[in-house]
Design a protein around this ligand. Structure first.
Ligand SMILES: C[S@@+](CC[C@H](N)C(=O)[O-])C[C@H]1O[C@@H](n2cnc3c(N)ncnc32)[C@H](O)[C@@H]1O
Length: 278
């Protein structure tokens, strides 16, 4: 494996002679206070920043105006930039423009195609450094006080994407139920299929589900529902992306801030503005 000298030391300070590279950086779920020190340092050190729709406006506000920004998301009504385009733009920029930051929501290696990008860049001889981020499940859990594990409720967590590469629902058999937590990413458009799959797997219809929309961002919303009522709640509350489902008894653990049956809570009580203003 190529020996890449990290661009930043453990305090987030720049190291000498680190050389050209692409930094694959996790932006976390949206609250800029949840950026790691290294992620923040990378944003300050970037010559070029590649970002997409999952990167919040509050995080982009932390990027110096001098950094060239390349949006590689999907504005409404246009065609998405393909993964191949993104990779060739990254390669081109890495060869000609210094420090390139590829900023991704959450953690770059969790449902973020970070692995594919790192592979393609390394194959071209381009050094890659990965800076992890707080994944959305952790952000959603912390702001709602839903413990993803709990000795009384769950000894295992699974993160699953609802949508496989071919667009079909991922196989979720055996992943949910008593004693376990299932967090479903990208599940909004598949809520009905998820309910069907869970019921086919023998999951009780009253198993609690938390839906967390815009976790850690201004306008965060969270709802507690059940497997039976999941699709109905998504539709009735007009839940919008980004959102995820936390399925299991932990959703109604004693610490949880939203009570079972409460479909009306809005605004995460601990979003960043509350910290920022003390
Ligand atoms: C392409 S995946 C990227 C996941 C990301 N790499 C991570 O580690 O969180 C996008 C999905 O993550 C979830 N997600 C990302 N940010 C979120 C947020 N702030 N609140 C709720 N869900 C979020 C949603 O399910 C969204 O559809």
């Amino acid at each position: 494996m190529a020996n890449v000298i990290p661009l930043f030391d453990s305090k987030g300070l720049r190291t000498a002679n680190a050389g050209a590279r692409v930094l694959l950086v996790g932006a976390g779920p949206g609250d800029p206070g949840l950026l790691t020190r290294k992620a923040y340092a990378a944003l300050q050190a970037a010559d070029v920043l590649f970002y997409d729709d999952l990167v919040s406006a509050e995080i982009l506000a932390e990027v110096p105006a001098s950094v060239r920004r390349v949006y590689v998301g999907k504005p409404k009504g246009t065609t998405k930039v393909t993964q191949e385009d993104i990779i060739s733009q990254l390669i081109e920029a890495a060869r000609t423009e210094g420090t390139i930051v590829r900023l991704k929501g959450g953690d770059p290696f969790i449902f973020g195609r970070g692995g594919e990008e790192a592979e393609a860049l390394q194959a071209e001889g381009i050094a890659v450094e990965v800076i992890p981020g707080i994944t959305a499940a952790a952000g959603a859990a912390s702001t709602t006080h839903i413990p993803l594990t709990h000795r009384d409720h769950s000894a295992t967590i699974t993160f699953v994407t609802a949508v496989r590469r071919d667009g079909a629902l991922a196989d979720i058999a055996g992943l949910a139920g008593e004693g376990r937590t299932l967090v479903v990413y990208m599940g909004l458009g598949k809520a009905t299929d998820i309910v069907e799959a869970l019921k086919a797997d023998g999951i009780a219809g009253d198993l609690p589900v938390a839906i967390v929309e815009n976790a850690t961002r201004p306008g965060q919303r969270q709802f507690i529902t059940t497997v039976d009522a999941l699709a109905e709640t998504v539709a009735a509350q007009n839940v919008r992306s980004p959102a995820l489902f936390i399925i299991g008894r932990v959703a109604t653990a004693g610490s949880a801030l939203v009570r079972a049956g409460d479909h009306t809570a809005t605004d995460g009580p601990f979003h960043w503005a509350h910290f920022a203003h003390g």
